[in-house]
Design a binder for this molecule. Structure first.
Ligand code: GLU
Length: 414
């Protein structure tokens, strides 16, 4: 099998589910085709006085189960196929987590590190003004993704509010001061760690006996590492764009967070050895959590992966070809639509709090998050156990089945 594109790989997973569910061709068309896509030019005056025109996208894949929901990504790789694949993944993620949303993803083709804060502010407002007619609390609710943050959501909320009036529920993952939810920032990593611990126990081991490597020590990776460590696991290696570090007795996460928080590099921490980034993926450990970006485990390095459990903290970090290699090697892969669903689950709680003009305590957010992610794990595991399929096949089977059911009830097909 080849390292095919993220879009082709995602459609292949959907097609496998369509076959296992015995769905008709007309249902397939409704499930696979994005329902609405928009592509805009975004002229922005840069700090030096020149105008640069960026390209912005939103792929609204499916809204059969509720309003479109999904992040906005600022990254040079962003294009229509890219957001189309990621939007589709959101549809299956929200369905598997059983939160009342569809799926979408948007983005701008830009390297946010090259822009000043003022330029990013202007770019984000221009994007919002070009998109506001397809967004809405009951239409499409963006959230942060790679290259965007709570600050980006604040700008979107402000720009949207200047047209529609104060509307906190238009975005999730926003600052707490503007109606963001406690626990939302840590939720994707927390969810990834919870399912990782479930997979460890299902493999006959315990978190206390397990070692963990995290590729991509960012928003998702750092919260995943922290929760794994809180659950007793030993986090032995982490990496980010600045480098990779290892300490087989366990890294000092407090020091790591302090150094990074002070603007330092990951390799500045004292009690650890340096590692090449690619070596981290091939490390001897029990759990590997790729939590950065797509296509990091490919047919080239998959044969060298030694971890027995791989948890997709990022969206589609494993290509389809690599996935087959890992499955053949009898590894357990916890797929993205389950592993990183904690983010959108907490987004649902944030949206619900905004609609009710009410605030939840952190304890409630975490308790309800744990319940929903564990339920999603249970149903996936049950389906995999019943049919002998992989966790990815089982997750897609459940998710696609749920979306197809609502499409039928709505009367689109059948
Ligand atoms: N961008 C995140 C994801 O890929 C969160 C989406 C959301 O909360 O809407 O799941």
């Amino acid at each position: 099998m080849q390292d095919n594109s993220m879009l082709d790989g995602t459609i292949a997973s959907v097609d496998a589910a369509i076959r296992s569910l015995n769905l008709e061709d007309d249902m397939r068309a409704v499930l696979v085709e994005p329902w609405r896509e928009i592509q805009v030019a975004l002229p922005v005056r840069m700090d030096d006085g020149n105008v640069r025109v960026f390209r912005g996208y939103r792929s609204q894949h499916n809204a059969a189960r509720g309003p479109y929901k999904g992040g906005i990504r600022y990254h040079p790789n962003v294009g229509l196929d890219h957001v189309r694949a990621l939007g589709m993944l959101m549809t299956w993620k929200t369905a598997l987590a059983d939160v009342p949303f569809g799926g979408a993803k948007g983005g701008i083709s830009v390297d946010p590190k090259e822009l000043s804060t003022h330029e990013l502010n202007r770019l984000t407002r221009r994007y919002t003004l070009s998109m506001h007619h397809v967004l809405g609390v009951n239409r499409d609710i963006p959230a942060p993704d790679l290259g965007t943050s709570a600050q980006t959501m604040a700008w979107i909320m402000d720009a949207y509010g200047s047209i529609h009036g104060h509307t906190p529920g238009i975005v999730t993952g926003k600052p707490i001061e503007l109606g963001g939810s406690l626990g939302r920032a840590e939720a994707p990593g927390r969810g990834a760690a919870i399912v990782a611990c479930r997979a460890i126990v299902d493999s006959g081991s315990t978190p206390e006996q397990s070692t963990v490597a995290v590729q991509g020590y960012g928003a998702v990776g750092s919260a995943a590492a922290r929760t794994m460590s809180d659950n007793g696991a030993r986090v032995i290696a982490v990496s980010n764009v600045d480098g990779a570090v290892i300490n087989t007795s366990g890294l000092d996460l407090d020091e790591l967070d302090r150094v990074i928080g002070e603007g330092g590099s990951i390799s500045d921490i004292t009690d650890a050895d340096q590692l090449e980034n690619h070596e981290l993926l091939e490390l001897e450990c029990d759990v590997l959590i790729p939590a950065a970006i797509e296509d990091v485990i490919t047919t080239r390095n998959a044969p060298n992966v030694r971890a027995g459990i791989i948890v997709e903290g990022a969206n589609r970090p494993i290509t389809s070809g690599a996935d087959q290699i890992l499955v053949d090697a009898k590894k357990t892969v916890i797929p993205d639509i389950l592993a990183n669903a904690g983010g959108v689950i907490a987004s649902y709680f944030e949206w619900a709090q905004n609609i009710q003009v009410f605030k939840w305590e952190l304890e409630r957010v975490n308790r309800e998050l744990d319940q929903l992610i564990n339920r999603a794990y249970d149903i996936t595991r049950e389906q995999a156990g019943r049919t002998g399929s992989t966790m990815r096949e089982a997750a897609f089977h459940v998710a696609v089945g749920r979306v197809a059911e609502t499409i039928k009830i709505r009367g689109y097909v059948g």
